[in-house]
Design a protein around this ligand. Structure first.
Ligand code: SF4
Length: 378
């Protein structure tokens, strides 16, 4: 069953096609970034449940299919979060410390609501991603504290930039609405996204909304959900990617734009002609399609490489940075390459070769520098 979850609240405001009965979905495999994020969430969950930090760190990495560098990144993010809580500078950190003593908050509570019947309920805590059948609209917050007339809702973001984007706010608002449906006496909602990275913790959204603010959102969702199943054409845009659309691989709008990258008929590298029997799709179902895709990708890939090269050349000719229509800048950012070896083993080896602590320290901070075309804030 297709359902509107809080994590897709922003996508819901832009395109409704993916919720149609006939839209095909593919959740896709989870990349290393998602696995790292889950491990950090697990650490926080264990710590807030009363598990000591060192033990929580060991447990959160159990069974994670991550390389050494990713595991180190998880550990650094957990330590950064722990330091942020222990510093007690932010009121949320103080609230979490009170929770550890009183266990007053809810860790990963799941809420569901059916706008047709207006039935809403609290499903339970730490349910994973298994939504029940009555979850037409559903959401799981990372931490919720319900007070007399105020509720606090927190979402941890382990990819810092995501803590401060409009999509994060939409997600929090839908979570607040679900909490409101279950706790109608609550009149005010403090909503927060907290960005965690390997060095520090930064607040993203931190604001409050009232029950009145959420009433308009509730009406909008109820009205918009009704006609979705049969109508609602695809509305492509940046949200196809930013909103993590689950229908992206199969959506007619994205398939059509992929099809236009390859002509009806084109010569293979061996010189024979190949007809357009397929479209470029990120789903391969047969050897024949794989064979066609391999040839078509060479052509489309070369075209895209040429376009990327032209874009780089254009930006470089203008000093390496140009303004974008959205107010941000597009340009080249110098980055350090990720270490692909074990730090401990490297240090051990350097010591056997007679390197001094100073020399090891210098190497530790050296990575292969490269520039990357990136959108940045002004
Ligand atoms: S890929 Fe884009 S246009 Fe297609 S369903 Fe998803 S959001 Fe809509």
């Amino acid at each position: 069953m297709k359902r509107l979850t809080a994590s897709r609240a922003a996508l819901f405001t832009k395109c409704l096609y993916w919720l149609r009965d006939d839209a095909l979905w593919d959740e896709g495999a989870r990349g290393a970034g998602a696995i790292r994020g889950s491990a950090v969430h697990r650490f926080i969950e264990l710590y807030l449940s009363g598990t000591p930090g060192a033990f929580a760190l060991e447990k959160c990495l159990e069974g994670c299919e991550l390389d050494q560098q990713d595991k180190e990144d998880v550990a650094s993010m957990c330590v950064a979060w722990l330091n942020w809580v222990e510093k007690q500078e932010h009121e949320l950190a103080q609230m979490l410390t009170r929770h550890i003593k009183t266990k007053a908050g809810l860790i990963e509570p799941m809420y569901v609501w059916d706008p047709k019947t207006n039935a809403a309920r609290f499903v339970g805590c730490q349910q994973g991603r298994a939504y029940p059948d009555d979850a037409v609209v559903g959401g799981t917050a990372d931490f919720v504290l319900i007070g007399e007339d105020i509720a606090c809702i927190i979402d941890w973001k382990t990819c810092q930039p995501f803590a401060d984007v409009p999509e994060a706010l939409e997600q929090l608002l839908l979570l607040a609405l679900l909490v409101r449906k279950v706790h109608p006496k609550v009149k005010r909602f403090m909503i927060a996204t907290v960005g965690i990275d390997v060095r520090e913790v930064r607040m993203g959204t931190f604001t409050s909304v009232t029950a009145m603010d959420l009433a308009a959102m509730e009406r909008d969702i109820s009205l918009r959900l009704r006609p979705i199943m049969t109508q609602s054409p695809p509305q492509p845009g940046a949200h196809c990617y930013n909103g993590f659309c689950p229908a992206r691989k199969f959506c007619p709008a994205t398939s059509q734009s992929m099809a236009s990258l390859v002509p009806q008929e084109f010569p293979t590298t061996e010189g024979s002609l190949i007809k357009q029997q397929h479209t470029l799709l990120p789903v391969i179902a047969s050897d024949e399609q794989a064979d066609w895709t391999f040839e078509a990708l060479k052509l489309a890939g070369a075209q895209l490489d040429d376009i990327k090269a032209a874009l780089k050349e254009y930006i470089q000719a203008r000093g390496g940075m140009i303004p974008r229509a959205n107010g941000k800048m597009l340009g080249f950012v110098e980055k350090k390459g990720r270490r692909s070896f074990s730090n401990e083993k490297a240090v051990e080896l350097l010591r056997t070769k007679g390197a001094s602590d100073e020399e090891i320290g210098t190497l530790w901070n050296t990575g292969k520098a490269y520039t990357e075309l990136r959108e940045t804030k002004k």
